[in-house]
Design a protein around this ligand. Structure first.
Ligand code: BMP
Length: 373
C-alpha cells in the first residue's frame, strides 16, 4: 500500500466526484450522508431473519452483504420474493445490496450464473464480486452481461401465457421452468428470440390451447423501482434512488489464515480493475491497492471485529478457529487504508444487533475521519 496515495486522505465526498462508476459515486455520497462506512454481512439462517435484520440495522449501514445460498426459505419470485423485499428495504434505509457470490468460472457460465438461473442475482444485487483465478476475460464477460441486462431492462418484456386444462405433469421441468419472463441464455447472448413455438413445444403435451402475449414497455427509472407494492415506495431522504447500474468488486485478497492468493494474483486484480473501470468499482481486499495517481477504487474489507465494549481496543483479536482472522476498524481503515469494513458475527451474535451495528458504525466512521484529518 502506498501511504501517500491521494485517495487515503481525500474525503469520500471528494472521491465521489472522481469516481469512474456511477454506483461508486453514489456509494461515496451515501457514506457521507449517513456518516457510515459499515457493511453488515447478514449471514443468518432464514429469509425472515435476514429481512428483519436488514430493516433494524439498515439505518447504520451503507452496504448489506448477502450469501443468498445460505439462507433457507429464500423466495425466488422476482416481483415479491426475498431479493425484491431486500431491494425495498435498501431503498427505504439507503444501502446497497452486495451478493458475496465470488464468481469464478469460464466467462459464459458466469454470465448465466449472474443474470439467469433461479436467483437472478443481477436483478436485486447492486454489487457482486469475483475471484479472477480463471483469468481476466471473466471480468469482461461479466461486464458484457451487465451491459446487456441494463439494455434489456429499458425495454421490459412482459409476457403472459395462458394455458388450458393443466394436468399434473406440467410441473415436470421445475418450479420456474414455465416462467415466461425468465432470461433465456440464447436470447440474451446470441440474439435468439423465444417465440410462441418454443412455448408451444414445451407445453404441447399438457395443454389444449396456449396463448402468448408479449408487450414491450419502456421504463426510465431503475429496475428496482419497478414492482413496488403500495406503501413500499419509501426512498431514503437526502439522496436520489441508487442508479440501476451494476458493479463488481474483485476479490483481491482474503482475510483468512494461510490464504493462497499470491501478490501476482492481487496485481492481476489491479490490472483487471484498471482495464474495466466502467464496471469494476474496486476490491474486497485487506489493504488499499490504489497506487497509480488516478486510482480511485473503493476497498471493502471483511475480517473486522471490535473487542467487547470497555476492553482494550488495540489488543489481540482471536480468530474464529476456522481460518477467519480479525482486525479492528481502526487498524483496517487508518493503517491499512481501506474504506468500508464488513462485519458479520461481530454484530449478528451481539445481544442487541442494531445497537451493536451502531457501535461499529461510530468506530469505523471515527477511524475514517482521523485518516482524512
Ligand atoms: P464474519 O464477520 O462473521 O467473520 O463474516 C465475514 C463475512 O465476510 C463472511 O460472509 C465471509 O464469507 C466474508 N469474507 C471473509 O470473511 N473474508 C474474505 O476474505 C472474503 C469474504 O467475502
Amino acid at each position: 500500500m502506498s501511504e501517500k496515495h491521494p485517495s487515503l486522505t481525500m474525503a469520500f465526498g471528494e472521491r465521489a466526484k472522481n469516481a469512474s462508476h456511477p454506483l461508486t459515486d453514489y456509494l461515496f455520497r451515501l457514506m457521507e450522508l449517513k456518516s457510515s462506512n459499515l457493511c453488515l454481512s447478514a449471514d443468518v439462517y432464514t429469509a425472515r431473519e435476514l429481512l428483519s435484520l436488514a430493516d433494524k440495522a439498515g439505518p447504520s449501514i451503507v452496504v448489506l452483504k448477502t450469501h443468498y445460498d445460505l439462507i433457507s426459505g429464500w423466495d425466488y419470485n422476482p416481483q415479491t420474493g426475498t431479493g425484491a423485499k431486500l431491494a425495498t428495504l435498501a431503498r427505504k434505509h439507503g444501502f446497497l445490496i452486495f451478493e458475496d457470490r465470488k464468481f469464478v468460472d469460464i466467462g459464459k457460465t458466469v454470465q448465466m450464473q449472474y443474470t439467469a438461473g433461479t436467483a437472478r442475482i443481477i436483478d436485486w444485487a447492486h454489487i457482486v464480486n469475483a475471484n479472477i483465478d480463471a483469468g481476466k476475460d471473466m471480468v469482461r464477460a461479466m461486464t458484457e452481461a451487465a451491459a446487456k441486462w441494463k439494455e434489456r431492462i429499458n425495454y421490459e418484456v412482459k409476457t403472459s401465457v395462458t394455458v388450458g386444462t393443466p394436468v399434473s405433469d406440467q410441473f415436470d421441468d421445475g418450479e420456474n421452468g414455465d416462467d415466461p419472463d425468465r432470461l433465456d441464455p440464447r436470447e440474451q447472448y446470441t440474439g435468439f428470440t423465444r417465440d410462441s413455438r418454443d412455448v408451444d413445444a414445451r407445453k404441447g403435451s399438457i395443454v389444449s390451447i396456449t396463448t402468448v402475449t408479449q408487450s414491450f414497455e419502456s421504463v426510465d427509472s431503475p429496475r428496482l423501482s419497478k414492482n413496488i407494492n403500495e406503501g413500499d415506495d419509501i426512498v431514503f431522504p437526502g439522496i436520489e434512488e441508487a442508479p440501476s447500474d451494476r458493479g463488481l468488486l474483485l476479490l483481491a485478497q482474503m482475510s483468512t489464515k494461510g490464504c493462497l492468493m499470491t501478490e501476482e494474483y492481487t496485481q492481476a486484480c489491479v490490472e483487471a480493475a484498471r482495464e474495466n473501470k466502467g464496471f469494476v468499482m474496486g476490491y474486497v481486499s485487506q489493504e488499499s491497492l490504489n497506487t497509480a495517481p488516478d486510482d480511485n477504487f473503493i476497498h471493502i474489507t471483511p475480517g473486522c471485529k471490535l473487542p467487547p465494549e470497555g476492553e482494550e481496543e488495540n489488543g489481540h483479536l482471536e480468530g474464529d478457529g476456522l481460518g477467519q482472522q480479525y482486525n479492528t476498524p481502526a487498524k483496517l481503515i487508518c493503517i491499512k487504508g481501506v474504506d468500508v469494513v464488513i462485519v458479520g458475527r461481530g454484530i449478528i451474535l451481539a445481544g442487541d444487533p442494531p445497537s451493536e451495528a451502531e457501535r461499529y458504525r461510530k468506530k469505523a466512521w471515527k477511524a475514517y475521519l482521523s485518516r482524512v484529518a
